[in-house]
Design a protein around this ligand. Sequence first.
Ligand SMILES: Cc1cc2nc3c(=O)[nH]c(=O)nc-3n(C[C@H](O)[C@H](O)[C@H](O)COP(=O)(O)O)c2cc1C
Length: 395
Amino acid sequence: MYRKLIEPLLFSLTIERAHRIVLLLLRVMGLIPGGRWLLHRCYGVSHPVLEREVFGIRFPNPIGLAAGFDRNGEAVREFGALGFGFVEIGTVTPRPQEGNPRPRVFRLPKDHAIVNRIGIANRGLDATVRYLRRGHEGVILGCNIGKNTDTPAAQAPADYLKLFRSLYQYADYFTVNISCDNACHDARTYTKEHLLEILNPLFDFRRGQSDYRPIMLKISPDLTDCEIDTVTEVLTSSPLDGIVATNGSHACRRGLQTSRESLDKIGSGRLSGPPLTQRAVEIVRRIHALSGGTYPIIGSGGVMTPEDALAMLEAGADLVQVYTGYVYNGPEFVRTICDALIAAETRKACRIDKESPAAEAASGSPASPGTESPESPQPDTPTAESAPDTPATTA
Ligand SMILES: Cc1cc2nc3c(=O)[nH]c(=O)nc-3n(C[C@H](O)[C@H](O)[C@H](O)COP(=O)(O)O)c2cc1C
């Protein structure tokens, strides 16, 4: 039904209008008795191997909705019902802001990509609090926070602190977004001094609270290696909990199928989707290696297939977020990825079993990695419902 009816309709509309309709439909589903249950029946997935503990929080699965989709926190419970292991709302700013003039979001269908220059349009802190007061019933909620566009740089820390204090009781974790256009990336953005100016007041506030809320920092994929190293140093030398890598890119425009003429017509904006896949994985791998693999990383950027999600996790991400992949693949995307993760974990568990001393003794020869014969029985590729229990991997 989605593929035949809803998707063609949504893709015939501008992407912002389609997005509005999706949020509206989800909220209607949330109001209908049994609506969320139905969504979960159709698209939800649960299996012990998907569960993992990251920064002290138990996630039902590692696939989250990236920031920008539910900017005001209108449909958190509904996205949870659609199978997401967590939902990151925002970017929320203290005051509401309109963002840039429309059109400001564009599909690049030939590349399965999106260009956006929304400029953090959102309804502001008060409206978000009103939405979040309704509760989010077991859905893990991240709040992505940013400064208002017209807030001078010197007052930026006050904007972040205001959001952090006011949303503290509603969120399970926070993401400090310094990578968006309104916090514009100049030479100072990724200096240790600047980052700590924003982060230190948040750490101070958190010290006075009885409940701990992890703080993540979201970075741009356009950073130089040197800037990535600085961010990692902040991670390892301050109470910062982890990194969300990455946002959309202003730079990754080489090799696109979309014509130069169309791109010129669209103009500036952050590109997301496949052009980002490789760079986002590289950045995750670099931060993971530099930080000794002990700090949480949320991988975001160009996750368009289950293989992309697996590559992100293998590069060192503990959790993965999707945006553009969800737009192009539709609501089954989370379950498709989760089924692939279950299958991968099951294969891994079977390999470990085969290589165990007991299995070696039974076969009479030591099993060596990579010697599995093509004829050897392969484990079934189970679906979420049918997979056997295997130990959950914890990040
Ligand atoms: C239309 C659109 C709006 C976005 N808005 C935000 C935002 O407000 N805050 C933010 O941190 N990231 C925002 N993002 C970035 C996404 O959260 C994500 O990090 C990025 O798109 C890369 O992931 P993807 O390739 O899966 O889309 C937005 C992305 C898109 C496409």
